[in-house]
Each structure stands twice: as structure tokens, then as C-alpha cells.
Design a protein around this ligand. Structure first.
Ligand SMILES: NC(=O)c1ccc[n+]([C@@H]2O[C@H](COP(=O)([O-])OP(=O)(O)OC[C@H]3O[C@@H](n4cnc5c(N)ncnc54)[C@H](O)[C@@H]3O)[C@@H](O)[C@H]2O)c1
Length: 324
């Protein structure tokens, strides 16, 4: 099957490309390499270095490749940048996404998979959020993710484009750029390996769900299967959505302690004032993904951290090329 993976030179997208190539699919990557790196990419996938905002370039690529499935991971992922420049964020994350949907319909693609964010659209979750929980995005980045989910529902109703939305928890693992804005695991690992200290914003008791990137890549295989299953027409956007996480909450302090043990490092973390807008609790209920997609996370946090540390030690964490 021909699959376009946008953002396939990035952290998560490159693992998704690996999973699709291993499953025998023909993969074309669309990526402008703004945060991604061609070095991340599977050698058998082709790269078109274009911007998803460039409707004409996207149209040309789609017309010649004629994908059966579009898997959309390209995004402006920096929440703080979305606050500083919401228009840029919306241009990439909303308009860029609509460009792709438009071409998916024009070229009769059979389905669309979208990387959304469980951490950014539910707001505070004192209890693990189920897919139908109220949406309360507090950043333009989260608002854009919710908007694209709504667009996909409208595209299903209006143009018949099938879609599956994966709402990720905090994804971590090899190829995550420690110089980036997201990814506390990557940032802590890189600092500790370099023998430096780590700053924890706030008390460190804020909890997150950390999910290993290879588990996330497998969820994308299951999402592809779902597109070709006997899917009922969704009655609302949540019916196409699945939380993808570990189903466990871990505090930033506990994460730091685990990493310090693995590396090993003895410098105590320094605490700084918490950052405005940061959530205290972000937890996902992953029951629906298990029941409908057959997804369950396989990699335990300690094992995933070991693999992440090993990768950073080998590469000195130099996968990213930031060009913004
Ligand atoms: N990392 C996480 O924990 C997490 C959590 C929830 C959702 N997500 C989503 O998963 C997706 C992948 O995130 P990631 O962590 O791998 O980030 P990443 O920065 O490594 O990957 C994003 C990729 O998109 C490309 N890109 C950015 N703007 C583009 C544009 N205008 N045109 C073409 N390509 C462009 C970048 O070069 C990069 O390769 C994003 O949609 C992100 O919002 C990530």
C-alpha cells in the first residue's frame, strides 16, 4: 500500500515510517526538515522536502504518488512558540493539515491518520481522561489539534474521507531532539549524560503519562488496519479518536530519579518556579484503544529509558537540525 507520512524525518514520524516499511508498505515522506533530519529516515522511504503550507507542492506530490493512506505527523510542536506566534502555529498546524485533507480527497485516498495530543486537548485531568471527556485546550497548539480533529470529522461527513485520530500522551525514545522544546526525557537525559544539572519547574509532583515511541509506531499500524476494517460512520469527532499512552502516571521527580539511576548521576535536581500554563495532571485512559484497536503498550518505562539513554550515549543526541 502507498502511504504518505508527513513529518517522517522527525522523531515520532521516522519510527512510524520504519513500522510501515517493515510491514511492506511503500512510504513517501513529506517533511520540510525544520526540526526533522533526513538521517532519521528509513533508507527505503523517499523524501519530498516540501512544506505542508505549500498547497501547490503538496498537490503535485499527491498527484504523482497517489497515496492510499495519509499519515499526518508534520507539525509545529513547540507549545511556547504557539503562544508567542499563534498565527504561525495555525498556518502550519491548521492550514497545513487542511491542505493535506484536501489533496487526500482529490486523489481519492482511502484514509487519513492524524497525530493529535492527549496532553494538549483535555486540560487538567485529575482522573485519566477518556476520549469523550470535555476538551479544554489551554494553548493555541492544543486548540489547533482540536480544530484539525473537527475538520477531519467534517471531511468524513462532507467528502467521505475516513480518519483515525491518535491522541498521544508524552512520547519519548530514541531520535527525540534534546535541543527541542518538547520532551522532558530527552532534555534530562542529555543534561545528565553531559554531567550537568537538571532544573525541574515547580514541585516536580506534576504527573504525565510517558509512552515509548516504538509503542506509538505500533499504534499507527493498528490505526491503518482500523481504516480498512468495517468502521461505522462516526457520530462525533471523539468516535474516531484513541488515546495512546502507557496508562500510567509518573511524576517528574520520579522520572528524574529513574534516569539518574540508569545513567548514573548523583547531582540533585534544582527546582525553579513553575511555568505559567503548565498542567499539574495529565493522565490518559487507554481502554478504548485496547478494546477497538487492540493497542496495549509493551515497553515499561525503565526499559524505554534504558534504550533512550543508550541511543543518546551513542549519538550524543545529535539527530536534530533546528532551522527555524
Ligand atoms: N512528542 C510528543 O510527545 C507528542 C505528543 C503529542 C502529539 N505529538 C505530535 O506528533 C507529531 C510528531 O511530533 P514529534 O515529537 O515527532 O516532533 P518533530 O519535531 O520531531 O517532528 C515534526 C516533523 O514535522 C516536520 N515539519 C514541521 N513543520 C513542517 C512543515 N510546515 N512542513 C513540512 N514538514 C514540517 C519537521 O521537520 C519534523 O520532521 C506532531 O504532530 C506532534 O504534534 C507529539
Amino acid at each position: 500500500m502507498r502511504i504518505v507520512v508527513t513529518g517522517g524525518a522527525g522523531f515520532i514520524g521516522s519510527h512510524v515510517v520504519d513500522a510501515y516499511v517493515d510491514a511492506g508498505h511503500e512510504v513517501l515522506v513529506i517533511d520540510n526538515l525544520s526540526t526533522g533530519n533526513a538521517k532519521n529516515m528509513n533508507a527505503t522511504a523517499r523524501l519530498e522536502q516540501i512544506d505542508i503550507r505549500d498547497a501547490q507542492a503538496v498537490a503535485q506530490v499527491f498527484a504523482s504518488f497517489r497515496p492510499h493512506v495519509v499519515n499526518h505527523h508534520a507539525a509545529q510542536i513547540d507549545i511556547r512558540r504557539s503562544v508567542e506566534d499563534p498565527v504561525f502555529d495555525a498556518e502550519v498546524n491548521v492550514i497545513g493539515s487542511v491542505n493535506l485533507m484536501q489533496q487526500a480527497v482529490r486523489n481519492r485516498a482511502e484514509g487519513f491518520i492524524f497525530a493529535s495530543s492527549g496532553g494538549a486537548i483535555y486540560g487538567e485531568t485529575p482522573h485519566p481522561a477518556v476520549e469523550t471527556a470535555a476538551k479544554a485546550p489551554i494553548s493555541p497548539y492544543g486548540a489547533a489539534k482540536a480544530a484539525v480533529e473537527n475538520y477531519l470529522f467534517a471531511y468524513r461527513k462532507t467528502f467521505g474521507l475516513n480518519s483515525v485520530v491518535l491522541r498521544y500522551a508524552n512520547v519519548y525514545g530514541p531520535r527525540q531532539d534534546p535541543a527541542g522544546e518538547a520532551g522532558v526525557v530527552s532534555i534530562f537525559t542529555s543534561a545528565l549524560i553531559a554531567g550537568g544539572g537538571v532544573t525541574i519547574f515547580g514541585s516536580g509532583y506534576q504527573v504525565r503519562d510517558y509512552v515509548f515511541v516504538v509503542d506509538v509506531a505500533r499504534a499507527n499500524l493498528l490505526a491503518r488496519d482500523r481504516l480498512f476494517s468495517d468502521m461505522q460512520t462516526p457520530r462525533n469527532p471523539d468516535e474516531s479518536a484513541f488515546n495512546i499512552g502507557s496508562g500510567r502516571a509518573t511524576s517528574v521527580n520520579a522520572l528524574y530519579e529513574e534516569l539518574a539511576k540508569i545513567i548514573p548521576a548523583s547531582i540533585a535536581a534544582v527546582h525553579a518556579k513553575s511555568r505559567p500554563g503548565e498542567l499539574m495532571e495529565s493522565r490518559l485512559d487507554i481502554t478504548r484503544g485496547h478494546a477497538v484497536l487492540g493497542f496495549s503498550p509493551r515497553v515499561k518505562l525503565a526499559d524505554g529509558l534504558l534504550q533512550t539513554v543508550a541511543w543518546q550515549k551513542n549519538t550524543k543526541g545529535t539527530s536534530g537540525t533546528r532551522t527555524r
